[in-house]
Design a protein around this ligand. Structure first.
Ligand code: IMP
Length: 422
């Protein structure tokens, strides 16, 4: 069985909870795109581990975690995550595989990310400043350095020096302090020593696992509205987030995936800049932000809040070919008098689909809303769909009908067991 979990909005949809559920039966857990711009807290007993690069399910005893080729790695962050779990007695030896093909995030990528953001001034994108865009840019322009080069230290040094020389010239244009080549090389040599035991050909492992019908969990990061192609670019992340990213980012053919889960948060949140048609600026937004703890896992930034945008989600579920929906955080809407969902976009008096919009249109259009009466009850203890307040049931059924995809899980609380299965 191969399960893929994808965020249908702007990230932070609560994918971690579904990943946690599916991880119970998984043999392999795979990250296949993005880097440490993603973030998720893994809870084991009373311990909490913030993961940005390790697959979330890796602490389950039977799971082998794979960081496949589409992921970009900041070695320092990854080593910190490994050391954090190892100091609590977990051993990741033979449990973590890092693809030789992953690209490395370098100090100059982070410096460039920050320099570009500062230079953009009021037009800044709100990146996580983790060096994501510059690293992917180097990847596609043949200027990247991969984990592969860590295996061949002389090559690494040669490539690093060449890139650092050029990047330092660019940083100079931004009037930013250049990176220290000697110090960086010493650091990366240390990282190399720590990461070597985990580096392998992840493709062979995944191919064999898929052929042996192992249970593989593909942990998508971010959300499709941040996809490098399908977002309102440039308000994007550096990677593709859609189903095809599994193929390019791990080598597994998409046709082998059994379940493509779209995770749909019952409302909307976003960190970073860019248009957000259903954004709320009133007390309802504050209420939802507080109740839903909508502050960034990676940066701590307060998230922007909006009504569920089904025009956008319909698009993302179509593009990803999703066949299952998990609705998350619906309990956060309890107590609201009225709940709205966006069912289409209107621009200059005419309906316009999400796919025809760039960031300018998205900023100018008017969302067309359907309004639902809310419910007062605390629903976190409910485990059967029929026991949900009627208004809450109607909300879920409407989403299901609108998307034309079965809603299989409704998460009604933050705790592991607070779910309704349909
Ligand atoms: P970058 O990925 O750091 O380059 O940031 C580009 C945009 O994607 C910014 O708006 C970020 O806030 C957003 N972003 C990147 N990763 C995530 C995520 O995992 N959740 C939510 N937003 C994200």
């Amino acid at each position: 069985m191969i399960n893929l979990v994808i965020g249908s909005q702007w990230g932070d949809e609560g994918k971690g909870k579904l990943v946690d559920l599916l991880g119970r039966d998984a043999d392999f857990a795979v990250r296949f795109h993005g880097g440490n711009n993603a973030g998720h807290t893994v809870v084991v007993g009373d311990k909490k581990y913030p993961f940005h690069l390790l697959p979330s399910s890796i602490l389950r005893s039977q799971v082998v975690g794979i960081i496949a080729n589409g992921v970009i790695i900041d070695p320092k962050v990854l080593i910190t995550e490994i050391e954090n779990v190892e100091k609590d007695g977990y051993s990741l030896k033979n449990k973590l595989i890092i693809s030789t093909r992953c690209h490395l995030i370098m100090p100059y990528h982070k410096a460039l990310d920050e320099a570009y953001e500062n230079a953009r001034g009021k037009n800044k994108l709100g990146t996580t400043k983790r060096g994501i865009g510059p690293t992917y840019a180097d990847k596609v322009s043949y200027n990247g350095i991969r984990v592969y080069e860590l295996l061949n230290w002389e090559l690494f040094v040669e490539k690093f020096k060449f890139q650092a020389k050029i990047k330092n010239q660019i940083l100079k244009l931004f009037k930013v302090k250049p990176i220290n080549v000697k110090k960086s090389l010493e650091e990366y040599k240390k990282y190399r020593g720590k990461l070597l035991p985990y580096i392998a050909d992840s493709y062979q492992l995944l191919k064999k696992a898929a052929n042996a019908k192992k249970n593989i969990l593909l942990e998508g990061a971010h959300g499709v509205m941040l996809d490098n192609d399908f977002s309102p670019y440039p308000y994007a992340t550096g990677s593709n987030v859609v189903t095809g990213a599994v193929n390019t980012g791990s080598g597994l053919p998409d046709s082998k995936i059994d379940n493509i889960w779209s995770v749909v948060k019952a409302y909307l949140s976003r960190v970073g800049g860019g248009p957000l048609p259903t954004e709320l600026f009133d007390k309802t937004a504050d209420k939802i932000r507080e109740a839903g703890h909508e502050y960034g896992t990676t940066t701590g930034r307060p998230r922007r809040i909006g009504w569920l945008d089904l025009e956008a989600v319909k698009f993302t579920t179509e593009v990803t070919g999703s066949n299952k929906i998990a609705i998350t955080k619906i309990d956060i809407l309890s107590g609201l008098k009225e709940i709205k969902v966006c069912v289409g976009y209107k621009l200059k008096g005419k309906m316009i689909p999400y796919s025809s919009c760039g960031y300018k249109e998205l900023a100018e259009l008017q969302p067309v809303y359907k309004s639902f009466p809310g419910w007062k009850e605390d629903i976190t203890g409910v485990r059967k769909f029929e026991r949900l307040p009627k208004n809450c049931q109607s909300y879920v059924k409407y989403i299901e009908k609108f998307l034309g995809i079965p809603v299989k899980i409704v998460s009604v609380g933050a705790e592991r067991e607070e779910n309704i299965y349909r």
